[in-house]
Design a protein. Structure first.
Length: 258
């Protein structure tokens, strides 16, 4: 093995979250130029041996890099850095969220995005925006009454706030999240005691109504404060979970809010 190969493996052998860690390490080396355009990557077996991850993890990581346009594969020859390895359009996909730290990172991004957008929405919203937000909140309440998580309806309400900024780029960025970053979807309502579920849904309802009221009143500072409170409470809940679990998924994680 060459010194260059050794340096390559030194950078990826400490994989924090399996697939996502491997993808991040490989992408960083490609985007920094440490892995040059046209350079062949180590074999799957070599990566497995040096990192200790499974072949499935390696293949998923390589597939993610291909989707980003960072590598190509050649039949019988292996994987190579593309000749123009520029990052493709930003997106967040389910496999990006492999740990609570990943979820927290994207929630922090949402705070930065939505708090400022809430202020713009309060100043710029039109009557149609208010009708849209009201309809989304009513749909969310109906979903909860049916015993559903309401993740899609929750996402639609938050997106309606961004639309109300009259700046289309806010909604376009939010669309990269889909419902992935609606922690409501991670909450296992069926596992909650009735009293806990009631407290949870009541609190979420109050927080949403506070956000809507501030935007309706044209109170930009109030809207920002309400959104910050709403989102940072989710951050705090996930931070608590981080101490007790290593991986996240709908079957095992039960945060109570979004």
């Amino acid at each position: 093995m060459t010194d260059k190969d050794t340096a390559f493996f030194d950078a990826i052998q400490q994989v924090p979250n399996l697939r996502s860690g491997l993808v991040d390490a490989l992408a960083a080396q490609i985007e920094s130029g440490d892995l040059a355009p046209g350079q062949r990557l180590p074999t799957e077996q070599a990566i497995m041996t040096q990192t200790g991850v499974s072949r499935t993890v390696v293949r998923e990581a390589l597939a993610a890099l291909r989707a980003r346009g960072l590598i190509t594969t050649r039949q019988g020859l292996g994987a190579f850095v593309t000749n123009d390895p520029k990052p493709r359009a930003f997106s967040i996909v389910p496999n990006d969220l492999q740990s609570i730290d990943d979820v927290i990172s994207v929630l922090e991004l949402r705070v930065g995005l939505e708090v400022e957008a809430g202020g713009f929405a309060a100043l710029r919203r039109e009557e149609e925006d208010l009708r849209r937000m009201r309809a989304r909140l009513d749909a969310l309440d109906a979903a909860i009454e049916r015993g559903e998580s309401g993740a899609m309806e929750d996402a639609a309400f938050h997106r309606a706030i961004l639309v109300a900024t009259q700046n289309p780029y806010y909604a376009r960025l939010f669309d990269t999240f889909g419902t992935l970053m609606m922690p409501r979807q991670w909450a296992r309502f069926e596992a909650m005691a009735k009293a806990e579920k009631t407290r949870h849904t009541s609190r979420m309802h109050r927080e949403h109504e506070t956000i809507f009221a501030a935007i309706e009143a044209g109170d930009d500072k109030g809207a920002q404060k309400a959104l910050r409170t709403h989102l940072t409470r989710s951050l705090a809940r996930f931070a608590e979970l981080r101490d007790t679990t290593e991986r996240i998924g709908p079957p095992s994680v039960t945060p109570s809010g979004e």
